[in-house]
Ligand binder design. Structure first.
Ligand code: BGC
Length: 532
């Protein structure tokens, strides 16, 4: 049974389970395909470490006698990508609201291909840097909007698992990049860097062309007031007849939620709509500013776990211990552990929920990092030798313990904070600020990614703070902050539609959110409002 509101045409579903239509396997497959965008992210952050160490590349950039890149060159080459992605992610939110989610991702793939073509063609620093900035813009578009798109089209029961699929693709991208660079690093020609760089065009092509055949997000059409298009798109993402009562009920709930939000938020211009992301009181968990800060800080905390220290610097760190024969192989093993553990999160995220996952993940990572640090300062440095004025631990079994705990740490990250932070930023924002909220959060990921990448050499470099294993005390302490953060600030969004997440954040604090159950639909609230 359902009742129709004469003013808005919205029909209220009386059954709370009817707010989402059933889904076919084909529809699941569509959502899963979109996660392919993660390959960009991972590959792009992963290949540059390998390329920078290539002899041919170093000589091309720094001259025939050079054995390594000058610091400013290396820093420019690495950081220009983050600058591009940061800007790309910010612009992408606007584009996704004006032109659609799908179009923005396709555009991002095209921009990325242009950037990669410039880098592949480059035979010197300038074109390479320009190419990386352009490619970064494309990665920024894709990394922000894929999350938005997937969260909006995925069925609620598996939304967490599907967005975790994106994280899985990031890990595959990182692994592929490491393997390809390893394969070409000894080439004595431009193929050494051109192959790993050029190969990325393939990921962009697959994603861009694939998305041409996928439907637009129905929630985007609702935001644009295009109800019939929304109905057709929803029919496609659920694999149902667009005129079926299931689609009718789900569409009505999305529309009613949007009507409700529109009533709550004043009509504004461009600047005003950005300011909307920061409206309300910081003290109120349901205010826009709190949701925006939550998204931005979630991604910041994800970077603060120190995961990229392991991915960017583990080779150098392990070399420094003097106890590992093939540090490259070891860092490849960490990358492999990352890939192999991530699928567990598909189950964790729906079985235990986002909140418990982040809480337990932070506890596990904290313990592992403190063990690595403690082993380093107690056992590891009992037996040391000095190379080039640097004190090096050569207690092999201590270093092995450290390696084992770094691997366990990675699997904690891969099953919890890695996917969890992405899943949550797709879920916590109301439709009115969702695209910008996700964009700001993604930009925060890239910003902190850059900051950590930039400061780490100063933390561990022998000329600077030379923290060696003790750097893990720092990451451990930051992970301990993640425990407190997850306990007080992260809400449980498992099993709810995006509209129900809105309701839940309005009604309970994050600590009580896991027990929250929806008691009404937006469509029936709208109905009461118009009959009152
Ligand atoms: C993070 C990246 C990290 C990767 C490792 C992602 O979720 O945002 O910074 O390199 O996970 O798998």
């Amino acid at each position: 049974m359902s009742k129709q509101d004469t003013e808005t045409g919205v029909v209220a579903a009386e059954n709370l389970d009817r707010v989402e239509a059933p889904v076919t396997w084909r529809a699941y497959a569509m959502c899963v395909f979109a996660s392919f965008g993660g390959i960009f992210f991972g590959y792009d952050s992963g290949y540059i470490g390998g390329v920078q160490g290539m002899d041919y590349f170093i000589k091309m950039i720094s001259g025939p006698d050079a054995t390594e890149l000058l610091s400013w060159q290396s820093s420019l080459i690495v950081s220009i990508l983050s600058a591009g992605t940061f800007c790309g992610a910010l612009i992408a939110g606007d584009l996704a609201d004006y032109f659609g989610r799908r179009f923005t991702i396709i555009l991002g793939s095209a921009v990325f291909i242009v950037g990669v073509a410039l880098q592949t063609a480059s035979a010197g620093l300038v074109l390479l840097v320009v190419g990386r900035a352009v490619a970064g813009l494309g990665v920024g578009f894709v990394s922000a909007i894929i999350i938005l798109y997937m969260s909006e089209i995925a069925p609620k029961k598996v939304r967490g698992a599907i967005v975790s699929g994106y994280q899985f693709c990031i890990t595959i991208g990182l692994l592929l990049a490491a393997c390809v660079s390893y394969g070409t690093e000894n080439f004595e020609n431009s193929g050494s860097y051109r192959i790993p760089i050029g190969l990325q065009m393939l990921w962009a092509l697959i994603l861009g062309v694939g998305l041409i055949f996928l439907p637009e997000s129905p929630r985007y059409f609702v935001k644009k007031g295009k109800v019939e298009e929304a109905r057709k798109a929803l029919g496609r993402v659920r694999g149902q007849d667009p005129n079926s009562h299931h689609i009718e009920a789900e569409l009505n709930e999305i529309r009613a939620n949007h009507e409700y939000e529109k009533r709550m938020t004043p009509e504004t211009g461009y600047i005003g709509s950005w300011l909307l992301c920061f409206s309300g009181s910081v003290g109120l968990a349901s205010s826009n500013v709190r949701k925006t800060l939550l998204g931005i800080s979630l991604q910041m905390m994800q970077q603060w776990t120190g995961v990229n220290f392991v991915f960017y610097y583990s080779t150098i760190f392990l070399k420094g211990t003097g106890a590992v024969n093939n540090p490259f192989l070891m860092s490849l093993i960490f990358t492999l552990v990352n890939v192999l553990s991530t699928p567990l999160s598909f189950w964790f995220v729906e079985r235990f929920g986002r909140r418990s996952m982040l809480l337990w993940g932070a506890i596990g990572m904290t313990v592992c990092e403190f063990i690595v640090a403690a082993v380093g300062v107690t056992i590891g440095f009992n037996h040391t030798h000095v190379v080039d004025d640097v004190t090096i631990a050569n207690n092999i079994s201590a270093v092995n313990v450290q390696i084992a705990f770094i691997a366990i740490y990675i699997s904690f990250f891969a099953t919890t904070w890695g996917p969890g932070a992405w899943v949550l930023i797709g879920e916590i924002f109301p439709l009115s600020i969702r695209s910008r909220g996700v964009a700001l959060s993604t930009a925060s990921n890239w910003f902190w990614n850059f900051i950590i990448g930039y400061i780490t050499p100063y933390l561990v470099g022998s000329q600077h703070a030379n923290m060696q294993s003790s750097v893990f005390f720092l990451w451990g302490a930051l992970c301990a902050v993640c425990i407190v953060y997850a306990y007080f600030l992260v809400p449980e969004t498992k099993g709810l539609t995006l509209e129900q997440v809105d309701q839940m954040l309005d009604e309970v604090s994050p600590r009580k959110s896991a027990a929250w159950k929806p008691t009404t639909t937006f469509a029936s609230m709208e109905e009461k409002q118009t009959t009152a």
